[in-house]
Ligand binder design. Structure first.
Ligand code: HEC
Length: 185
């Protein structure tokens, strides 16, 4: 009703252009997406990729890991859309200094968040409320522009933004299985 009314007014005042015009397809919804704890609860049921460790000793690719994504980008996308959530869970085997299994996430928040780093992405670490119970709820251990002191993931002073800046051409996402050229199809 409201749309018809508005179009009627615009047409009547002569400043609305074509009264049959619909919303142009290039108008994007840029409302930021603030992920909440509940949004992560079912990540283990999202599309997921299992990657075997390459044994090179780094916590990022050295161990076995699973990467989950809540939705693939649309065909031909050159960026991950706002609302994209990616979770990476390392099994921690052979990596005692990083405290066993770790679960990290990056969420496309939008709104020019993280302007000095991985633009529009927010970083997270998730923990299970009962580490001994695989069905216990997930909690956000920290979130933001990077980890708090002591929350690092491997030794890197640049926090999460440092390494992930190397993936700028793929919208700061680094895993081979998450390249937009193959994922957005
Ligand atoms: C020393 C470099 C380095 C640092 C520091 C780093 N990462 Fe990564 N990260 C990587 C690499 C390399 C990959 C892709 C490797 C893989 O798993 O195949 C990756 C993958 C990821 C992924 C899966 C999506 C993707 O980009 O492929 C998430 C989520 C992630 N990292 C979160 C974090 C968070 C959160 C932090 C900060 C606490 C962090 N990373 C710090 C190197 C790093």
């Amino acid at each position: 009703m409201r749309t018809f009314f508005l179009l009627g007014v615009l047409a009547a005042t002569g400043c609305g252009g074509d009264p049959d015009a619909t919303t142009p397809p290039d108008v994007t919804d840029d409302t930021p997406f603030i992920a909440l704890q509940r949004d992560f609860q079912s990540f283990s049921s999202w599309e997921h990729f299992h990657l075997e460790g390459d044994g090179n000793g780094t916590p990022h690719t050295g161990g076995n890991r699973d990467i989950y994504i809540n939705k693939r980008p649309p065909k031909g996308a050159t960026q991950f859309p706002t609302g994209t959530m990616i979770v990476k869970r390392t099994d921690g085997v052979g990596d005692p200094e990083n405290g066993g299994p770790r679960t990290f996430a990056m969420v496309k928040r939008g709104g020019d968040y993280n302007k000095a780093g991985a633009l529009n992405w927010e970083w997270f670490e998730l923990i299970q409320s009962n580490p001994d119970d695989a069905s216990s709820p997930w909690q956000i251990s920290w979130r933001g522009l990077g980890p708090p002191v002591g929350g690092q993931y491997g030794s890197n002073d640049g926090g999460c933004n440092g390494c992930h800046g190397q993936g700028v051409a793929n919208d700061y996402v680094q895993a081979s299985v998450l390249q937009l050229s193959t994922l957005a199809r």
